[in-house]
Design a protein around this ligand. Structure first.
Ligand code: GDP
Ligand code: ZN
Length: 311
């Protein structure tokens, strides 16, 4: 029996593709039921596992799942039980938008950041196609609220090769969940940063992999770089959504609000209408951006609209 370690990069119909350190991918299935703290453990892409072979030429079986860090999960209504792990061992979320063409949809951007915060994942932002924006001032105005909130903001152009080195260094060696609407240049960027990494090709080959099954859910695309790392191609953060995030915790998902939260007159202030609200005071002073505050209000109303048992 030879046991090796690997990373689950995709899964279809009970067969999991486990990538070993040498880059080889083995088809493996679960042997029996793995448990953690007495509860059955569901495997997810990103999981680090030990696989064992049934002798030479035999089939591979998953024997153990290693402890996880940084999970991207779709939390079930009502809290922890039934949570579905979309990807395990995620280091960060990369939120991609174009600086122009299409215009960045800031409400959507803020929603993605909230989902990252709700999952306790670090996030960085890309504004691509900066070649289409005249002057640095407009770009700085776009990035400022996010930089103030503590996010790393990359300004890139695939066309003019701007900001590519910094983004490369932010991704190599890490596992990054990629998000952003189509048409903003995600595939162009990844191809420019890591020649040979092609999201769509990777997705097609994985779904064709075992014939009948189509890949649903996330997929890990290995980064062809000396440092390694993976890009998690998720079905889209929007689908992962904010389920299970209590409306009362939404303010915690706006990092720039945090310093003010303890200063509101009422401890359970929703920063909407209560008197003595420190977040609104910060908004009036310009310490919290109007656009970010608008996103907060919109998401708050949305969360409150969910059926009670979902909060
Ligand atoms: P995706 O859907 O997010 O993967 O976007 P694509 O990578 O397919 O790019 C969408 C379009 O934007 C393509 O026509 C690209 O050529 C173009 N594009 C990508 N990056 C840039 C850029 O930095 N500047 C400009 N002007 N166009 C870009
Ligand atoms: Zn308040």
């Amino acid at each position: 029996m030879n046991a090796i370690e690997g990373v689950v990069i995709s899964g279809t119909g009970g067969i999991w593709n486990v990538r070993a350190a040498d880059g080889e991918v083995h088809d493996a299935s679960m042997r029996g039921r793995l448990k953690q703290d007495g509860a059955p453990l569901k495997l997810a892409v990103g999981d680090r596992v030990t696989v064992e072979r049934d002798g030479p030429g035999g089939s591979w079986a998953i024997m153990a799942i290693h402890p996880r860090h940084g999970t991207l999960a779709r939390r079930a209504p009502g809290g922890g039980r039934g949570e579905r792990i979309v990807a395990a061992n995620v280091d960060q979320v990369l939120v991609c938008f174009a600086a122009a063409k299409p215009e960045p949809h800031l409400r959507m951007l803020d929603r993605f950041l909230v989902i990252a915060e709700g999952n306790d994942l670090a996030a960085r932002i890309v504004f691509n196609k900066v070649d289409l924006v005249g002057g640095a001032a407009a770009l700085d105005a776009l990035a400022a609220p996010y930089e103030k909130a503590g996010y790393i903001v990359h300004r890139t152009s695939v066309k003019q090769e701007v900001g590519l080195k910094e983004l490369h260094d932010g991704l190599a060696g890490r596992t990054t969940a990629l998000s952003g609407p189509s048409g903003v240049g995600k595939s162009s960027l990844l191809n420019a940063l890591f020649p040979g990494l092609d999201l769509r090709t990777a997705e097609i080959s994985a779904s064709v992999n075992k014939g009948r099954h189509t890949t649903v859910g996330a997929l890990l695309v290995p980064i062809p770089d000396a440092l390694g790392g993976f890009v998690v191609d998720t079905p889209g953060l929007r689908e992962i959504g904010m389920w299970g995030l209590p409306a009362s915790s939404l303010d915690q998902c706006f990092p720039e609000f945090k310093t003010f939260l303890g200063e509101c007159r009422f401890q359970d202030c929703d920063h909407m209408t209560e008197p003595g609200c420190a977040v609104r005071a910060a908004l009036e002073r310009g310490d919290v951006s109007a656009s970010r505050y608008e996103s907060y209000l919109k998401l708050l109303l949305e969360l409150r609209d969910l059926p009670e048992e979902w909060q």
